[in-house]
Design a protein around this ligand. Structure first.
Ligand code: 0CN
Ligand code: SF4
Length: 318
């Protein structure tokens, strides 16, 4: 006789998974393929998820890291994370057809940066060095105009041109709590610094972190579905740990779950980064059902109904 499966409760964070910016970026690639046929080039992973990228590649998208790798005569799409100004400038120079899939909430930060610069302020950006969004946002201004800080210690080490003429902006996918500490350090050292009411972290990042906080006290393990290069997904793992869930792991999909490590665990939290499709969450739930008598409890801390329109050039397509 087959052994009865052990009971296990899955606490599903809500909201989780796709945000409006990711949804729009993926639609842009799909609609561009419909409009222009394959191949359509995409500069950088459209969103940081291998499953999404592989599915689009199967439909005819070609992913490259730099514009130089694209031919002049095929359309190119810029990823959701944004691009430095030099990129569309070069595409225009080469007379290329391009569609910018930068999330409108990232573009908003680009505009803030440009506005502060026009007001004669030097910019401080809170973000992670090397991340494409940071490269894109810093690349809105001439070199040397943006000081990048990653930690409270970096704030102490800063040497601005004029401490009284500063503004700050942030990456959209940071830890809400870590960023609050860095903003406080900036304001303490530079009382005249100008900035947004809190920071530029987007609604999706904020909501997903709040949902993890709500489930953390009820679970012994947290699985975050997302990719290693996904900033917002990695922040969810950190939030889980900071809230006392020591076993918090990032998994790309079900085959990466370390079943031994969670043996004996009866309460597992599941969430997904803004770039992880719901099919991968379903796959993880199914993998649990194959091994446990699963009860699913959805823990909803916010409702999201934000949608972003695709650029006009693609809108006539059904
Ligand atoms: O995982 P993503 O593609 O990007 P990051 O979290 O690494 O920035 O999610 C979409 C977010 C954006 C822009
Ligand atoms: Fe836009 Fe936020 Fe989604 Fe990034 S995570 S694409 S900033 S909504």
């Amino acid at each position: 006789m087959e052994h009865a499966k052990p009971p296990l409760t899955l606490f599903l964070a809500a909201p989780r998974g796709f945000c409006a910016g990711v949804d729009r970026a993926i639609k842009i690639v799909e609609m561009a393929l419909q409009k222009w046929g394959a191949p359509v080039y995409v500069r950088h992973e459209i969103v940081h998820n291998k499953y999404v990228v592989d599915s689009l590649r199967a439909q005819g998208a070609v992913f490259v890291e730099e514009l130089e790798e694209c031919p002049d005569d095929r359309p190119v799409i810029f990823s959701a994370h944004g691009v430095p100004r030099s990129v569309p400038a070069e595409a225009r120079r080469r007379d290329m057809v391009f569609v910018d899939a930068t999330c409108p909430l990232v573009s908003k930060v680009h505009m803030e940066a440009a506005r502060h610069h026009a007001d004669g302020l030097q910019l401080v950006m809170i973000g992670h060095a090397g991340h494409p969004e940071v490269l894109g946002t810093m690349g809105q201004l001439p070199e040397g105009e943006v000081i990048l800080v990653e930690t409270v210690d970096d704030v102490a080490r800063m040497c601005p041109r004029d401490p009284a003429r500063l503004a700050f902006i942030t990456q959209t996918t940071l830890s809400v709590d870590d960023t609050a500490a860095i903003v406080a350090a900036l304001q303490a050292r530079f009382p005249e610094i100008v900035g947004p009411a809190k920071e530029d972290i987007c609604y999706a990042t904020t909501n997903r972190q709040a949902a993890v906080k709500a489930i953390a006290p009820r679970i012994e393990a947290l699985l975050v579905i997302g990719a290693q290069n996904s900033s917002n997904s990695k922040r969810l793992v950190e939030v889980g740990r900071a809230e006392g869930c020591n076993y918090s792991q990032l998994v790309m999909r079900a085959d990466q779950i370390d079943w031994r490590a969670i043996e004996g665990v009866r309460h597992v939290g599941v969430t997904a980064g803004a770039s992880a499709p719901e099919v991968l969450i379903d796959e993880v739930i199914d993998a649990f059902r194959a091994r446990y008598e699963v009860t699913v409890e959805i823990v909803e801390t916010a409702q999201e109904n934000i949608e972003f329109k695709v650029p006009r050039v693609l809108r006539q397509i059904a």
